[in-house]
Structures are given as C-alpha cells and as structure tokens.
Design a protein around this ligand. Structure first.
Ligand SMILES: Nc1ncnc2c1ncn2[C@@H]1O[C@H](COP(=O)(O)OP(=O)(O)O)[C@@H](O)[C@H]1O
Ligand SMILES: [Mg+2]
Length: 263
C-alpha cells in the first residue's frame, strides 16, 4: 500500500474526486466526501447509481479510474482487516455453527485460542445470540443469520464497517429491531460505518449524515445532517422532527427525477 504522511486528526475516510467506469462510461463521476472517525454515514440513491461500486472501492476491491481514496494515511488497494463488508445476502457458512462462523476469521490471526474464545463470547453477547451459539444457520431466522453476519464482520475489530443494503431482505419488524440493535452496537464500538441503503427512513434513523447520490453519473447530490440525538429508539420515527427531515429528503429524491409535479 502506498504510504504517505498525513496530519493527525484527519477524517477516517477521504474520497477525493473519484471517477470510476466499468466500461467506457463513468458510473461514478467526481465523487468527493469526507467521513470522520466513528461517524455513521448512510449513502442513499436509486438502484444502479453506483453505491456498491463506491463501497467496493473503499474496501479496496476496485480501484478508482481517477481520484484518490484515503483511509487514514493509506490508499486501500486491496482488502484489509481494518475494513469489512456486510452484504444483503448472508456470508455465513451453513456447515459451521454460530460460534464457529464468528470464530472463522479469527483463526487466521495468531491469537491464542483463549483470546479467540473471549472475542467470540463478547460478540455473541453484543449481537444477542449467546443462547444460539451451538445452532447451525439453517436453524436460525433471517434476522438471526444477519446478526451472525454482523458479528462475523466485527470479529477482527475493523475500524471501518462497510454495509451494502444489509437489512434489505428482512421483513419490516425484524429489520427495525436490527436497526435499533445495530445502533447500540455502533455506539459501544469504536468504528466508522458506511451504510448503503435505498431505504430513506432507514438511513435517517441510523445515521448522523445521509449522502444522497444521483444516478448517471453517480455523484453527491446532497449531504444532510441528521440532528436527532443518540441513543435513538424506533419511536423517533414517528416524531415530527423525523418526518420533517424525511419530507425534505424525499423532495431531494423526487427533484432528481424531474420534480414532484412530474409524477
Ligand atoms: N461488473 C460490472 N460491469 C459492468 N457494469 C457494471 C458492473 N457492476 C455494476 N455495473 C453498472 O454500474 C452501475 C452502478 O452499479 P452499482 O454500483 O451496483 O449500483 P447500486 O449499488 O447503486 O445499485 C450500474 O449501471 C451497473 O449496471
Ligand atoms: Mg448495490
């Protein structure tokens, strides 16, 4: 990885004038954003606007065609243990139990077994699956599998968690419970979260800032601060303040598609 000195106190992630094209056309064009250490940022935008592409670049799976990504003082040019991904589909092994799944990533580290067990115990507690540790994924609900998935991603204590529509496949009630629980996990863990979703309400509820992306080309359309205080409970979704921010954001989204009157 390319090393360069950077001043302390810099943002955790810096995306500087990013361009990316799979083929001739750019899908991401002049995308710039700074994300602070321990911040929770959501990225929302229509399907195909380049959200997954962007996460893959931060993960180091794709290289920008132009522009620079800084993660602390490095350019992520390959995946690393300092950042992990959670996807919509579960990345759990069906032949491993809950605890084996969580421990899997730790085996590659040189940590002694006792320490690994302690990490697994702590994560089981964090995601509320202590009683289910010996179960196999097929014995779990979708929401529980997602909890395993989150614990798995957190096993190496990543500084940055990259989440690509992680709750999109869950039913509404399960999804809302996980949103609340995941916020608690974030509050108690020193990590930066970049959360991609097409669900505006989810983005609003979870994050400190919401980045609205445009499509063709994928750019930053608007960045909105969400001043709701933490810890947040689900009931905040019914508050006037929440609904007001939601309305403003919906207008931004509609404006990108030709304005409300065009519908
Ligand atoms: N491997 C690929 N090869 C060519 N085009 C791709 C590839 N992956 C994504 N695209 C295109 O790039 C654009 C952005 O895709 P993506 O990042 O997956 O968007 P999102 O996650 O916002 O739905 C889309 O138009 C998509 O069709
Ligand atoms: Mg996507």
């Amino acid at each position: 990885m390319a090393q360069q000195n950077r001043e302390p106190g810099q943002p955790k992630i810096r995306l500087e004038h990013l361009f990316f094209g799979y083929e001739k056309q750019f899908v991401i064009e002049d995308f710039s954003l700074e994300i602070n250490d321990r911040e929770f940022v959501s990225i929302v935008g229509p399907s195909g606007c380049g959200k997954t592409t962007l996460l893959n670049m931060i993960a180091g799976l794709l290289q920008p065609t132009q522009g620079q990504i800084w993660l602390d003082n490095i350019h992520p040019d390959h995946p690393g243990p300092d950042r992990t991904m959670v996807f919509q589909s579960d990345a759990v092994f069906p032949w491993y139990t809950v605890e084996q799944n969580i421990e899997y990533g730790l085996k590659a580290t040189q940590k002694p077994r006792k320490e690994r067990r302690e990490t697994v115990d702590r994560l089981l507690h964090l995601v509320g699956l202590e009683a289910d540790r010996k179960k196999f994924p097929r014995q779990l609900s979708g929401g529980m599998r997602k909890r395993v998935d989150i614990a798995r991603a957190m096993a190496l204590q990543p500084k940055v968690l990259l989440m690509d529509e992680p709750f999109a496949a869950l039913d509404v009630l399960t999804k809302e419970r996980l949103q609340e629980d995941f916020l608690d996990i974030w509050t108690s863990t020193p990590m930066t979260v970049v959360f991609v979703t097409h669900d505006l309400e989810e983005a609003l509820f979870l994050s400190q800032r919401v980045v609205v992306m445009s499509r063709n080309p994928g750019r930053v359309e608007k960045v909105v601060n969400i001043p709701l205080i933490h810890p947040r409970r689900l009931v905040v979704k019914t508050s006037a303040e929440f609904q007001e921010i939601r309305r403003d954001l919906v207008e931004v989204m509609y404006a990108m598609h030709g304005g409300l009157e065009a519908r």
